[in-house]
Design a protein around this ligand. Structure first.
Ligand code: GLN
Length: 272
């Protein structure tokens, strides 16, 4: 659907085909709503905030200005994660999603893996509210726990307090701070805390990689979405932690490096 069709189907609460076959007329209220939407769009607001939802892996998710709009490439991250989880024989599976935003990753995994529980963290209280709403709408509230917490505080927790996970997954903020101001106008309307990854864009990865081993079961996976220029620097970060072996980089639809998958294989002989 083009943008106009998306706005019209949203205002008239109808399918795309209804716009063309047996064409329904808009009521005066709907006409005013549509005009307001067009104006907001002209002023540079992202379409998904205006219509109040987006599609992520065939799932409808509510979004507002407090959450990053899920990107198509993140669908690939989830598909890779689901493949890995399906190959894992342990059940129930425990997954941790860091910086969940709208809850897109957590909800998509919970919908696809039969016996699993996803803990999902976000520093924004408003984002947690959006994510909980989306989990309810998608009937996975019992398989998900959304926690309002700074991920660095969570990662700093004592390992005895946390039951280990089979997978940690994250699409953290990864744009270098100085580049945020140069992003396209509609991206600028998204929460900067969901985009700004510190001076070199790697601040969140450093924290996650340093702490991940503490929270992962042996053979557990760390799956990350990354910026396309960041794979070499991140591989170097992983080198500091010998318990992460098999660090693989995967590309997105545009053939850019976009994901990192590492497996936690602790060296059990280290203390002998
Ligand atoms: N991929 C996002 C973008 O297109 C960035 C999201 C992030 O920083 N995790 O802007």
């Amino acid at each position: 659907m083009n943008e106009q069709e998306q706005m019209l189907t949203s205002v008239m609460n109808c399918r795309r085909v209804d716009l063309y076959v047996d064409k329904k007329e808009m009521t005066p209220v709907q006409e005013r709503q549509y005009a307001r939407m067009l104006k907001r769009r002209q002023q540079g607001e992202p379409l998904q905030y205006i219509i109040g939802h987006c599609e992520f892996l065939n799932t409808k998710l509510f979004v507002n200005e407090h959450v990053l709009i899920p990107r198509p490439e993140t669908e690939l991250l989830v598909e890779m994660a689901v493949q890995k989880l399906r190959m894992t024989t342990r059940r129930p599976l425990r997954i941790l999603d860091l910086g969940t935003g709208s809850g897109n990753i957590a909800i998509a995994i919970a919908k696809r893996i039969y016996e699993c529980h996803v803990d999902a963290i976000d520093i924004s209280r408003e984002a947690i509210m959006v994510a909980r709403h989306n989990a309810e709408k998608n009937f996975v509230q019992k398989k998900t726990t959304f926690i309002w917490c700074d991920m660095f505080n969570w990662l700093g927790l004592d390992e005895d307090l946390i039951k280990p996970y089979d997978m940690i997954i994250s699409n953290p903020p990864y744009i270098p701070s100085a580049d945020v101001a140069g992003l396209p106008a509609d991206v600028q309307r998204e929460p900067h805390i969901a985009l700004d990854g510190g001076v070199d864009g790697l601040a969140y990865y450093r924290g996650i990689i340093a702490a991940a081993g503490k929270f992962l079961k042996p053979d557990g996976y760390l799956m990350l979405e990354i910026g396309e220029e960041q794979s070499a620097a991140l591989k170097a970060v992983f080198k500091q932690y010998s318990d992460f072996q098999k660090v693989f980089v995967f590309r997105d639809y545009t053939d850019a490096d976009r994901f990192l998958c590492a497996q936690y294989v602790p060296d059990t002989t280290a203390n002998n």
